[in-house]
Design a binder for this molecule. Sequence first.
Ligand code: GLA
Length: 740
Amino acid sequence: MIKYLIIISFLCCQLVSAQKVQFTTAVFQTGDSALWATQSFNDKEWKPIGLQTYWEEQGHDKYDGFAWYRIHFNLPSSLKEKAALQDLMEVFFPGIEDADITYLNGAEIGRTGLMPEDKGGFRSGGKYRERHYILRADLPALRWDKDNVLAIRVYDGGGTGGIVGAQSFIRFLEPVDYISMDAQSSDFKIKDKTVSKEITFQNRYSKNLDGVLTTTLNCNDSLVKKQVKSVSLMPGKNVISVLGLASEEAATVNFVFKETIKDSILQSIQDVPYILTPKEKKEPKINSASAFGCKLGVPFQFTIAATGTRPMQFEITDLPKGLKLDAVKGIISGKVEKEGTYRIKITAKNNTGKDQKIVDLLIGTKNTIATPPMGWNSWNCWGLSVSDEKVKSSADAMISSGLANHGWSYMNIDDGWESSERADNGSIRANEKFPDMKLLGDYLHSHGLKFGIYSSPGPKTCGGYLGSYQNEESDAKSYASWGVDYLKYDLCSYRRYFPKGILTLEELKVPYLKMYRELESSGRNIVYSLCEYGVWDVWKWGSEVGGNIWRTTGDISDNWTSLKEIGFTQEIPASYNGSDYGFGDPDMLIVGYVGWGDNLRLTRLTPSEQYTHISLWCLLSAPLMLGCDLARMDPFTYNLLSNDEVLAIDQDVVGKGPKKTDLPNDIQLWVKDLADGSKAAGLFNLGDKLLKKSFKLSELGFANAKSIRDVWRQKNLPSRDEIEVNIPSHGVMLLKIVSK
Ligand code: GLA
């Protein structure tokens, strides 16, 4: 009778399949004793317990502290015989709350979290954390074809406790468990529109493991390409290149590795970057906006942005008095003492040809900047870990990559540069990460770049550094002495500083106006960027307190939800935009390597979402501030940021905001009037499916079109009464329409 009962109890607590022995119940005892770990301990008096729910739900309500589970199971040698690889086994629990030490027949096989007796005291192993305890199949403690005992010492530090989850088991590791496939970490390489990728496999087994790697490329929901490659993975690291993923449209690639012994699969599906911007030409092309603004009687610096092979020679006619040109670097500098609009003609020449452009220098006009600023800001990449070195490395890359030739020029340090105490005379100092701000400013200017900085009207910045409260005059003077060209002034602690908070709009304007006056008398042309997250409709009064640009939203993040919520709600704020007024700022760009700290990652936006991001910001006449590490720029990101026809929409000298029309099926049309009488239009697909449709031009409001151009591809579309569109999910078609 006793024998019969034991057999029954074994059957209850384990299910044997060809692959694993699954555990369903155990016996259980609260308390703690080292003896309970052993195989031979007599636990007949212990009560059964299920392994799927907390012990609170099984008669041990509110019990915290130590308890033990003992799982009896038979380990059939047939399991070993059938295993493809007989080296390692895994004991798996889906979750144990809170900390555990697990023994197999008295031998410890794994632990998670810390026990009260451990150094530092109890620490939970983490809610919902799986346990994967790996052991060698030749472990002497294992008893083949006999009773084995897994004893789990659990400590519950509060709340629910015990072993929980769908399935706990012991099994042999399969070939695929020894292999990891990393298809994410390497960048897609792009050369002449051919995309390739390196996939890294780690084979942790002692011998080669074979398999087949199948790569399929799908575009517009149909298969474009399939590549099948046999691979033999050596022990250790194996890097396999997959070539020819070329695509000029949104596409996804599916990497499937099927190992040969058990046909198990490892898989990764990714969006393939697609290149739209045509290759840069050798001939000179001037890309600067056709207007540039500066205050009267202060240092002037304007760098001509031009693509084409170097060396290049620049010439200017009708340069106003007080300015000079560096004919090799294309930097115009000096000081203009007389207010007015000066129309200059710029010529850029190299050994393949020349280009000319008329640019208006607006000296002493109301809005310091004629077009939205384009440049870089440290926040979205480095967060508070920004340093002099990091700013310089991005500045160097801004030049060496060629981005500066497309008009990107500001290098702005965000929060994290300030020292914790002011100097004895009350002036602000940089912390140890920035040895010399003046030198940094000189360095940037000598490369034709601009220098931006960050502060708060409150006593503390958002990152907890020193703000400018009651030091506005001194701080503006310090900035000017370092050669600063741009100040982002971030509300932060000013809100909290006043016991009652800011109650009226007039109270909110006070600190912004105060700093504006100091910047005005600082003797430099400092772009004033207000950052108060859009409260009190800043677009209505930002200009009145001296702002050139003003943040219209909270902080952006590199995902579609954030991009959509911020970008597609800008119609009203942007309707105030104008070159003679100022520009709404829907926050910095989230393309390239971002991370808000030391660990950077490639943006989580898909390639199509990134085309949408840039197109929309350009249609909005928004400031374009890159938030990525420029020293680590992948070819897709460079291509995305160097399309001069796209950037020209942002840099249009009228600087208007666009009008939005909602169309059926989650389509939005955003149309912006440009200075030359033409229109820029973005047809955005906010839906989850590819949009394949033909639109009558009259449906879009362009019945009178003389020409219609695909701006990203820089190609005119056939002039018909309708256009065919093929817009991927979250993607865009950006058009320029010239009327008859
Ligand atoms: C706020 C701003 C960000 C950034 C941080 C710095 O969150 O909105 O753009 O400047 O502060 O601490």
